[in-house]
Design a protein around this ligand. Structure first.
Ligand code: AHM
Ligand code: MG
Length: 336
């Protein structure tokens, strides 16, 4: 029943009481949830205001920005500003670190986010989402010192995403499992629908942009070929394939019913080290997948242990069910 389900606020206050989650982090997450609600509203009405198309600008990766990319970024920045403990922000849509404090202290937060992931889905009315990651500074840092925001994913204290689909959802981890909330149309509340989500250990579904087959390295090609061979091949089972064009949607499916998601480094993207970004795409999704019992790998190493060297750094990504990710890692070990 609707009224039996925990609201996001009550859930966060439980985390405060049982796991010592700080009140400032509770407020920060509520502000992020508000930003997501506003973005959801803007997307649903985007066709009337002509905001689904491209803006005149390009972002730091040279990609054309949609008006809604810029709007979503502004929502994240303005709502997160409410929290006086946030030292700095790193956004996919902004080239430089956004410093919010003059003297960031130990215990302050850094928030990394992709305000609108998969935005090429907007024009065709398919789902998109927002992704965020929060780390807590172990020591004071100097405002303006970019190196001090280059922190590995193991330092995350919180990660999550919102999906703007048939329902607007919010999925978060504070390091004690993964929980899904749905935004109720009417009250505007986020209420829990799944607690302690688990990635199935085994699966028969993979998610990759197969049009890049000719560019993949041998270990990835071998893994996918084995899946495609179905019952007659070494896997002795038939595999399904899904690719939504929006990482949040593909990862949500894997959290819900298992599977593996790959965006490997390939011949075409090798110069940049892959397509997806480490700090605000791979790390938060990796933290969520690990918290749900899956594995988050580059194909060769744990994503969360990669030491970032720049804020918009890219990384190969293999996320999902344990048995599949281990098999892909094994292919890399054998064929490197
Ligand atoms: P974006 O941040 O520019 O939207 O790009 C990230 C997206 C992911 O959501 C998705 O998995 C991938 O890019 C899709 O890539 P492709 O264009 O190869 O299908
Ligand atoms: Mg993105």
């Amino acid at each position: 029943m609707f009224y039996d389900r925990l609201t996001l606020r009550r859930f966060l206050l439980q985390e405060y009481r049982t796991h010592g989650v700080e009140k400032d982090l509770v407020f920060l997450l509520e502000d992020i949830a508000t930003a997501c609600r506003e973005i959801s509203f803007a997307i649903r009405n985007g066709a009337f205001f002509g905001t689904l198309g491209s803006a005149a600008s390009k972002n730091v990766q040279g990609e054309t920005q949609k008006e809604l990319d810029i709007f979503a970024n502004d929502q994240f920045v303005s709502h997160i500003r409410n929290c006086s403990r946030v030292a700095a922000l790193v956004s996919e849509e902004v080239e430089e670190v956004i410093w919010l404090k003059d003297s960031p202290a130990a215990g302050d937060y850094i928030v990394y986010f992709d305000p609108l992931d998969g935005s090429s889905n907007l024009d065709v009315n398919l789902s998109v989402g927002s992704i965020f990651s929060i780390v807590q500074l172990p020591e004071a840092i100097e405002a303006g010192d970019v190196a001090s925001v280059l922190r590995p994913g193991t330092e995350q204290i919180c990660a999550g995403y919102s999906i703007y689909g048939p329902a607007t959802t919010l999925v978060i981890t504070l390091g004690h499992g993964v929980h899904e909330f749905v935004n109720h149309l009417g009250t505007g509340e986020f209420r829990i629908v799944s607690g302690h989500m688990k990635v199935a250990e085994e699966s028969a579904e993979f998610s990759i942009n197969a049009s890049r087959f000719g560019d993949w390295d041998a270990p990835v090609r071998r893994y996918i070929e084995e899946c495609l061979e179905g019952e007659a091949g070494p896997r002795r089972k038939r595999f399904g394939m899904r690719w939504s064009g929006s990482m949040v949607v593909d990862i949500h499916r894997i959290l819900t019913r298992g599977g593996v998601f790959l965006y490997p480094e390939d011949r075409d993207n090798r110069a940049t080290g892959g397509k997806l970004r480490l700090l605000y795409e791979a790390n938060p999704m990796g933290f969520l997948i690990e918290q749900a019992g899956g594995i988050a790998s580059t194909g060769r190493a744990r994503i969360l242990e990669v030491q970032p060297t720049s804020i918009h750094q890219r990384t190969p990504v293999v996320l999902g069910s344990r048995s599949e990710v281990l098999r892909i890692e094994d292919h890399h070990t054998q064929m490197d």
